[in-house]
Design a protein around this ligand. Structure first.
Ligand code: PLP
Length: 397
């Protein structure tokens, strides 16, 4: 998932377990009382006839919203032409998607490895870092989230005490306090990689900022450490720039991205600089589904939509508008970047979340009990922000 989510669900987890037993689904998530049956644009339709404004986007996935014409056409056309072939054969659509993604990034990347999920992208990034450095320690940040697999979970703050599930981490892990410049000295010649979300998602839409990330880059350069930006949640335009790396002016050695990349079709990517790419040997990395034609057609369509519909400009403009107009009611401040925003509340985020849902606005919570997290589709406009503001005013301080 993405989230630690529903950290604070209006429905009790016991209900989820009960429902799951009835419907044969493993009870892995507490369930919001929102039986969604359809979506259009930024709106969700429920089975009981409600129209709900979606400011959560299915854990940051629905970047183009629901029923996007270009995305749907691309998926249909590719399904009719060639639904699957593996990485063992060259595919024009895969080459186009990689080239398009590299160009979109505007960063110093020349190689892409397509996989299926954010955690898988992170696992592969770490594998490259170990291969290059021959070291065995990884540094991550407190409150970071990197996924639920053995390596990604080992680097996820708090996972060990809650859900990690493996007997031990597969390498040495060290967590640093976020934005703490003095802590960077812990990165040493033993450190293979540092992995950070430039804007932490589950951590509460907490942006690390240009100064900290610049210092991190310099410390990694000084120690020969590989710098990985986990942009699974904050990448692909969510900050109003292609990646948060662009926003903060810091070039990492690798970026991992997923979620918005497919707008709901499961896919992820690992972007590598020429230096990292040189270390990729045949058979070192692999996947069956990653880079399949359907995923690649969708990735092309997503980038095309972001660019031709000027969605990054929209994210920047409407994000600013939201920050100016939504510090009202229970919201005392707003943090984050673009459309990864945290409404810092004067009371428990779960209560504000519930009150917004009662007013037909679907938001997210986070690992920070005071922060309501917004991850809206990039098509959100000022009118929807006005609706959020009215609801917050209605809820009151
Ligand atoms: N990294 C970040 C920053 C995430 O937010 C997530 C999921 O929420 C992941 C990694 C894991 O991605 P996935 O659930 O696709 O494996």
């Amino acid at each position: 998932m993405s989230s630690v989510a529903p950290v604070a669900s209006p429905a009790r987890p016991e209900n989820a377990a009960l429902r799951a037993a009835e419907n044969h689904l493993a009870p892995v998530f507490a369930q919001y009382p929102l039986p969604i049956v359809a979506g259009e644009g930024i709106w969700l339709q429920t089975a009981d006839g409600r129209r709900v404004l979606d400011l959560y986007g299915g854990h940051a996935v629905a970047a183009l919203g629901y029923g996007h014409a270009g995305w749907t056409r691309a998926l249909q056309a590719q399904a009719q032409t060639l639904n699957f072939q593996s990485n063992a054969v060259p595919l024009a659509v895969r080459e186009r998607a990689a080239a398009r993604l590299v160009r979109f990034s505007g960063l110093n990347f020349n190689s892409v490895f397509f996989v299926n999920s954010g955690a898988e992208a992170n696992e592969n990034a770490l594998k490259m870092a170990f291969t290059i450095t021959q070291r065995s320690e990884v540094v991550a940040l407190e409150h970071g989230f990197h996924g639920r697999t053995a390596a990604a979970g080992a680097l996820t703050w708090g996972a060990a005490g809650k859900w990690y599930g493996f007997p031990r981490p597969p390498f040495d892990v060290r967590f640093l306090a976020r934005r703490e410049l003095s802590a960077l000295s812990a990165i040493s010649e033993r450190t293979a990689a540092v992995i950070v979300e430039p804007v932490q998602g589950v951590g509460g839409a907490f942006d690390l900022g240009a100064e900290y990330l610049g210092a991190l880059r310099r410390r990694c350069d000084a120690t020969g450490t590989v710098l990985i930006f986990d942009e699974v949640q904050c990448g692909m335009g969510r900050t109003g720039t292609p990646f948060a790396a662009n926003l903060y002016g810091v070039q990492p050695d690798m970026i991992t991205t997923a979620k918005a990349l497919g707008n709901g079709f499961p896919c992820a990517a690992l972007l590598m600089t020429p230096q990292v790419a040189k270390a990729v040997k045949l058979d070192a990395l692999g996947t069956t589904f990653g880079g399949g034609p359907m995923a690649c057609a969708v990735i092309e369509a997503v980038v095309e939509a972001l660019e031709s519909e000027h969605l990054l400009e929209n994210v920047r403009r409407v994000s600013q508008y939201l920050r100016e107009h939504c510090v009202v009611g229970p919201v005392s401040a707003i943090q984050g970047a673009g459309f990864l925003l945290g409404l810092i509340c004067t009371r428990a985020a779960k209560d504000v979340h519930r009150a917004l849902l009662e007013r037909d606005i679907f938001t997210g919570t986070s690992g920070d009990a005071r922060v309501v997290r917004l991850l809206p589709p990039f098509i959100m406009g000022e009118a929807e922000v006005d609706r959020l503001r009215a609801a917050l005013l209605d809820i009151g301080a």
